[in-house]
Design a binder for this molecule. Structure first.
Ligand SMILES: [Zn+2]
Ligand SMILES: [Zn+2]
Length: 286
């Protein structure tokens, strides 16, 4: 018994070392609860190494809003996370897929998810939204799947877009090595914004003023040589943005080692706003 237990532990050392404290009931939702609007984190991995080692999953965000299903940033394993979700998330029910930018931790499963959304390419449906460089420059979307969705819409800065009942607007262009935009939307009267990879710059503040801010925090300490936010940058941004609630996600190695849930708690106390660290499978209901 002891031996078997040890083996079971050994099979997922990453989760034990870097994961949030394991929840006894990982997904409280019942089928009935899922009728409402929700956002589910199919991954909270940020940047290369946490993704490569799958210390956290990298499946993106599933948003369900007034019956419209949208997947944002389907990184590697997105389709696996959908199938493993309880209740299951059915990608053939997707109405849209949004890429905030072309990097692999955001786009690794884009092709398989397009194929799934369009039922193997047999049902022309759904919209794929992505910045121009994700498709016109060394495309992350394979040529043979580009005709599967109803359309591919190119994201530009400060514009509004719609897929069925889901409306969103794009941020100004982020300072990141690929063309990158954040998004903002309303879900059951609550304003939500997703602030993806970027270098810190003050102009980010205006667009992201909203109720719930989901913010990527790759580094624990600032690294001015790399175009990602650190926890220090995030603190600066939250001071100015003052959302009702901030959710930290997209953790790099140094953030995982610093234990995101402890950092979130400290930030909460420091700033006087609710700050939460996202974990794989976390669901926000609206
Ligand atoms: Zn990233
Ligand atoms: Zn990136």
């Amino acid at each position: 018994m002891a031996k078997r237990l040890k083996k079971a532990r050994d099979s997922s050392p990453a989760q034990l070392i870097y994961g949030e404290p394991k929840r006894t009931i990982p997904d409280r939702m019942t089928k009935q609860d899922r009728q409402g609007d929700f956002i589910k984190f199919l991954g909270t991995a940020g940047a290369r190494f946490v993704m490569i080692k799958q210390l956290r999953a990298s499946g993106g965000l599933w948003i369900s809003c007034k019956g419209t299903n949208v997947l944002v940033d389907p990184g590697p394993g997105s389709i696996v996370r959908c199938a493993a979700s309880r209740p299951k998330l059915d990608p053939s029910k997707l109405n849209a897929i949004i890429l905030t930018h072309r990097h692999l931790d955001h786009s690794g499963d884009i092709n398989v998810m397009i194929e799934a959304m369009t039922e193997g390419g047999f049902k022309k449906k759904g919209i794929v939204f992505c910045p121009a460089d994700a498709i016109y420059e060394d495309s992350v979307i394979l040529k043979h799947v580009t005709n599967f969705p109803e359309k591919i819409e190119i994201l530009e800065a400060n514009k509004s877009y719609q897929a069925d009942n889901f409306e969103f607007s794009t941020s100004l262009r982020h300072m990141h090595s690929a063309e990158t935009y954040g998004i903002k939307f309303k879900i059951n009267k609550t304003g939500v914004a997703l602030l993806p990879d970027t270098r810190y710059f003050k102009d980010l503040v205006d667009f992201y003023k909203t109720d719930i801010l989901i913010i990527s925090v790759v580094f624990f300490q600032p690294r001015p040589d790399v175009e990602h936010l650190s926890l220090t940058d995030v603190e600066l941004l939250l001071k100015d943005i003052k959302p009702k609630k901030a959710i930290l996600t997209h953790f790099g190695m140094t953030m995982l080692k610093a234990k995101p849930h402890i950092q979130a708690l400290e930030l909460s106390q420091k700033l006087g706003i609710e700050v939460q660290a996202a974990y794989d499978g976390m669901t926000l209901e609206f």
